[in-house]
Design a protein around this ligand. Structure first.
Ligand SMILES: [Zn+2]
Length: 99
């Protein structure tokens, strides 16, 4: 029996603010948040693979750019932290709660 404690090295984790979300560059569109107490300028973009649109704060950090194979559409990898859900006072409207 060894009484030497072993230490667990935490796995390499991408800092949350650097976590990317891939969107189609040609779907990025400036808009205004229609949240009742928000009204902030936002940017919509279609998420690659899901077809869902996601709101971002304006000028989200662009981590890298790639091109989709086949279609060669430009794909912007934005910082997920720039998601407008995080800052919107009316974020509930994006995630409607069931009564
Ligand atoms: Zn908002």
């Amino acid at each position: 029996m060894s009484d030497i404690p072993f230490t667990l090295t935490p796995p390499e984790v991408t800092p949350p603010n650097q976590r990317p979300i891939a969107v189609y560059a040609d779907t990025r569109q400036r808009a205004t948040c229609t949240g009742r107490s928000c009204g902030a300028p936002i940017e919509w973009a279609e998420v690659v693979g899901t077809g869902a649109r996601m709101p971002f704060d304006p000028n989200p950090e662009l981590l890298r750019t790639t091109h989709e194979l086949g279609t060669m559409r430009r794909v912007d990898h934005l910082a997920l932290a720039a998601n407008h859900w995080r800052t919107c006072p009316d974020a509930n409207r994006f995630h409607p709660r069931k009564p």
